[in-house]
Design a protein around this ligand. Structure first.
Ligand code: B12
Ligand code: SF4
Ligand code: SF4
Length: 411
């Protein structure tokens, strides 16, 4: 029975007196507990990310973070977990799979009247879920240490939003290699997973990184609709559809609008084209299954949601974070990219004078109306522009063919 009596802390042995055998045993237990808590993989690494600092600095200097000011705000703390949480000696890096069943990728991407939502976001927001599980892992470690007569561990969980380089840490901890799209992936798991970390003041034995497995493949670089993967392993955030639809608060630059197609929240293309993902496991968490209103959703129906409906129907989901205005902005772009239809034009027209719409959204609606009218006109005149697909659409068509061939389960 673990000793949880705080009065006894002073009599506990310090953590630096744990011997190698005890730490080795604890590392194995941590991996078992992690799996029992729903993490598909658990790895351990030290805190040294000095080799990453120049790469992070170069990325920031190039302005690839765009409006994500938080990426530049904490200096190099992002690469120094021991500064973020003083006393940290090791990082326990975890992976949680999110690929939902019935993902229906090809069905969704091939119908321009449906909105495509990144498959990480169709269910419950992952931040709280993963942080809570990591916290439980930390409590379990402390309870075990106390039962052995040692003091409690000082640990802190992180998921996504904290200033910490999660991918390089996961790579060090053997969770996977850095793919050319910059995401972490491995041969058994693919890349459809979230990362999380528990920073801890225990000198646990570390795991070894696994070797990079991309070899000569460059499929993700070629498939990216907006050319956001500007070099292997480097993403210009400002060009990424995930940034444009989620992080960017203002106007979406026009050069990207047609390329976005029907992607209204995030983008999965670089993962969908990846050959390593063909055997990726489905999530074990029912919370990550796609919720009903977001399963193959009609653009027009989503565009019709009032702010109150948006808040109600996205409750508990990461989508809610972008707010109703960005939601309408993204939908307006997708409606502008949809085939010409009087119902779309009417819905855009009706929204235009709506009190819920501000100048930023209205500007996107105007753009979408111009797109719709131009397509209507071109169809009447049967001109080449009505039959020729833009390059973004051709890339999407290639992607759909590849999904149907390689991922029949999800097509
Ligand atoms: C900012 C951010 C974004 C931005 C910028 C993306 C980017 N590539 O940096 C935007 C909004 C665009 C974004 C998009 C997405 N994101 Co994001 N994002 C983050 C966040 C908060 C920080 C990432 C970061 O530090 N970027 C800064 C750059 C410099 O770091 P980096 O990309 O890791 O680059 C390192 C390496 O590439 C390396 N490097 C450079 N050159 C070379 C050369 C070689 C040979 C090697 C090996 C390495 C290497 O050096 C860099 C510095 O260490 C993390 C969470 C976190 N706190 O880490 C999530 C995170 C990376 N995102 C995640 C996800 C799921 C996504 C999306 C798939 C979501 C979606 N479906 O729309 C897309 C994927 C886009 C893509 N291809 O990256 C997951 C990734 C999980 C995984 N399997 O790897 C994370 C870890 C969140 C989480 N907790 O699960 N994201
Ligand atoms: S998420 Fe989409 S836009 Fe972003 S890098 Fe991947 S393919 Fe490109
Ligand atoms: S698509 Fe190819 S290059 Fe890109 S991450 Fe997958 S294996 Fe690596």
């Amino acid at each position: 029975m673990p000793n949880t009596n705080l009065n006894s802390v002073s009599t506990c042995a310090p953590l630096d007196s744990l011997d190698k055998r005890q730490l080795g045993r604890l590392a194995l237990q941590i991996k078992e507990w992690g799996k029992a808590l729903g993490f598909a993989q658990v790895g351990i690494c030290d805190t040294d990310l000095t080799s990453q600092e120049p790469k992070l600095q170069a990325w920031l200097d190039a302005g690839y973070h765009g409006e994500m000011g938080y990426m530049a705000n904490h200096g190099m703390m992002r690469a120094r977990p021991q500064e973020l949480h003083p006393g940290t000696l090791r990082v326990i890096s975890v992976r949680m799979d999110y690929l939902p069943p019935e993902a229906g990728f090809a069905t969704n991407l091939s119908d321009p009247n449906l909105g495509y939502i990144s498959r990480y976001a169709g269910g419950r927001d992952y931040h709280k879920l993963i942080r809570n599980r990591l916290k439980k892992l930390g409590d379990q470690i402390s309870a075990e240490l106390q039962s052995l007569g040692f003091s409690q561990a000082n640990s802190r969980p992180f998921v996504d939003s904290a200033p910490i380089l999660e991918r390089p840490l996961a790579q060090k901890a053997g969770i996977g290699w850095t793919g050319k799209h910059s995401l972490i992936l491995n041969q058994n798991a693919g890349s459809w997973f979230f990362l999380g970390e528990l920073l801890i003041d225990l000198a646990l034995p570390v795991d070894l990184p696994i070797e990079e497995g991309c070899n000569t493949c460059v499929a993700c670089i070629k498939a990216c609709p907006t050319g956001a993967i500007v070099a292997p392993y480097v993403v210009d955030g400002r060009r990424c559809i995930s940034y444009l639809t989620i992080e960017l608060a203002g106007s979406i630059p026009e050069e990207f609008r047609t390329l976005m197609g029907n992607r209204i929240y995030g983008c999965d293309d670089c993962q969908l084209i990846c050959p390593v993902n063909t055997q990726a496991p489905l999530t074990q968490e029912a919370d990550f299954h796609i919720r009903n209103p977001l399963q193959q959703p009609e653009l027009l129906s989503l565009f019709g949601w009032s702010e109150a409906e948006f808040l109600k129907l996205t409750e508990g989901s990461a989508i809610r974070r972008i707010g109703h205005k960005r939601w309408l902005r993204n939908l307006a772009v997708a409606l502008g990219n949809a085939p010409a239809a009087p119902a779309i034009l009417a819905a855009l027209e009706a929204r235009r004078s709506d009190a819920e719409v501000d100048d930023m959204v209205r500007e996107h609606i105007d753009w979408a109306m111009r797109q719709q009218l131009a397509k209507q006109q071109a169809a009447k005149q049967n001109t080449a522009s009505s039959t020729q697909a833009p390059s973004g659409t051709r890339k999407t068509e290639r992607l759909i063919r590849s999904i149907r061939k390689g991922l029949p389960r999800d097509a």
